[in-house]
Design a binder for this molecule. Structure first.
Ligand SMILES: Cc1cc2nc3c(=O)[nH]c(=O)nc-3n(C[C@H](O)[C@H](O)[C@H](O)COP(=O)(O)OP(=O)(O)OC[C@H]3O[C@@H](n4cnc5c(N)ncnc54)[C@H](O)[C@@H]3O)c2cc1C
Length: 458
């Protein structure tokens, strides 16, 4: 990009994926990009693998990470809260989704960013936003150094230290509400040497919906390197004692797979499971990824959406052609995110709040009476286990009337489903109506309507 004087300076705070994708694009376009990351080189991101679709790399124009960084994602059992009924959840065809080593993914982004001319400063935490009036003009580092910038990209993740410091004028929510929080506890154990895990892409993963009846999800999986991956997640948080009870339960259920030898010690960690922030741009400042709550509200998956958002942000900055980067010129980035992703996430958030707060007995009833294994397993069979479509469709058609009859036998449930779908569709429509033109008053009115569309706990 041809700048009139010297290139605009961009600070990327944190090596979150969205920030790295934006950095790669902006570096290539000729911007002067500095990336500040608190972790050591080689230790950026979680020491485990997470799942993500492959298509996002091609869509974002980012080369695939090296082959040793990922394996085929395994398929999941979903388990009902009360009685241990396992349903084989439909997975994806081979090559569609991968489990990726998070640290290798970060190293891959770092190498691409360096090739694009970006400078990466490891072990250099950022501390403060520098402001001039309401405009963000740079960051102060933990080491006391002040770095001015035309734009600060906040890719610091869910615990961003910068977000709460954004001047009030921008209305960027500083903290999530109590009922937005999903607290997770994740630990890895050595697998029982006598246990023979299934081959990929068979069912190596087990998701407990409303585990032990609580508002949350837990899992116990055989990870790609054959360690046992345990996660206990709860909306509204949990105490250490609650976690111990659930951990004990998972140890009992997976006694044939688990040993108590710790491979990665357990840690409590916040998971981004709320709808996207109503505002994530300001004069000289843009948030991307978990710092703006861009992950899928039910599952917390955010690698894909933050990479996509990184592209939207970079495209917006490049299209600004070297003019001042203010809330107005950055606004198309927010609009694009809401149109492509945020609106759908609002619907998922409404459904998530409903499902995770349902009575456990009711969810059991759905698992036992409505969700016929024949239907669920035929869908997954046709999708990725080579089941003949004739057999799959026949199975579904024969089981469907029974499931529908069960559903219609409880009109109260139908009424409730109707109510929650109405609330969800309302939330999508409001989110989708994000003003396309920058007008502060209209944007503030929209943000208030969007926040009100999500049914928070009273
Ligand atoms: C237990 C768990 C399981 C998950 N599983 C999945 C999954 O299977 N699939 C999926 O898509 N997503 C998953 N996610 C979510 C996913 O991790 C995030 O949505 C995704 O990484 C986007 O986050 P981010 O890039 O914005 O931030 P992060 O990945 O959190 O990156 C933030 C970066 O900023 C750095 N940083 C923080 N503070 C400072 C500071 N003051 N100064 C400098 N640097 C700083 C951090 O060290 C880190 O490198 C999971 C999350 C958790 C917690």
């Amino acid at each position: 990009m041809a700048f009139k004087k010297k290139p605009q300076h961009i600070v990327v705070a944190g090596m979150g994926q969205g920030g790295m994708v934006a950095a790669i694009y902006l570096g290539k376009a000729g911007f002067d990009v500095d990336i500040y990351e608190q972790a050591k080189e080689g230790e950026v991101s979680h020491p485990w693998t997470d799942d993500t679709p492959v298509a996002v790399f091609e869509r974002c124009g980012i080369p695939m990470p090296p082959k040793e960084a990922y394996v085929q994602k395994s398929n999941w059992y979903w388990v009902s809260p009360g009685k241990p009924r396992r349903l084989k959840f439909p997975g994806t065809a081979p090559g569609v989704e991968i489990s990726i080593d998070r640290r290798m993914l970060s190293a891959h982004f770092a190498s691409l960013a360096k090739d694009a001319g970006c400078k990466i400063h490891y072990e250099t935490p950022v501390k403060k936003l520098m402001t001039s009036g309401d405009k963000i003009v740079g960051v102060e580092l933990e080491n006391g150094k002040k770095v001015s910038a035309d734009l600060v990209i906040d890719a610091l993740g869910i615990n961003s230290v910068l977000r709460p410091q954004a001047p009030a004028k921008w209305g960027i929510p500083a903290h999530e509400a109590d009922d937005d929080l999903m607290l997770g506890y994740r630990a890895f154990y050595k697998m029982n040497p006598n246990y023979v895990p299934p081959e990929y892409p068979d069912y190596r993963a087990c998701m407990y919906l409303k585990h032990m009846g609580g508002a949350g999800l837990s899992w116990c999986n055989v990870s790609p390197n054959n360690t046992m991956d345990m996660l206990i997640g709860r909306l509204y948080g949990m105490t250490e004692a609650d976690m111990e009870v659930m951990k004990k339960d998972l140890f009992e259920r997976h006694a044939d797979q688990l040993t108590d030898e710790v491979v990665i010690p357990g840690r409590f960690i916040k998971i981004g499971t709320r709808y996207t922030l109503s505002k994530f741009v300001a004069d000289g400042y843009a948030l991307v990824g978990d710092s703006a709550f861009m992950s899928i509200p039910l599952t917390g998956c955010g690698i894909e959406s933050s990479m996509d958002a990184g592209v939207y942000l970079a495209e917006t900055v490049i299209a600004n052609k070297g003019h001042e980067m203010n809330a107005k010129s950055l606004w198309p980035y927010q609009v694009k995110f809401f149109r492509k992703k945020g609106a759908l996430f609002a619907l998922i958030d409404v459904l998530k709040r409903w499902v995770l707060n349902l009575d456990g007995d009711l969810v059991d009833w759905v698992f036992y009476k409505v969700a016929s294994p024949k239907i669920v397993e035929s869908i997954s069979g046709m999708m990725f286990r080579g089941m003949s479509p004739i057999i799959g469709v026949f199975n579904i058609l024969t089981a469907l009337p029974f499931s529908l009859a069960q559903l219609f036998s409880k009109p109260s449930i139908l009424k409730e489903i109707g109510g929650v779908l109405k609330a969800g569709i309302h939330a999508v429509l409001v989110a989708f109506k994000v003003p396309t033109k920058y007008n502060e008053q209209k944007i503030n009115e929209w943000a208030a309507e969007y926040e009100a569309a999500i049914p928070h706990k009273k």
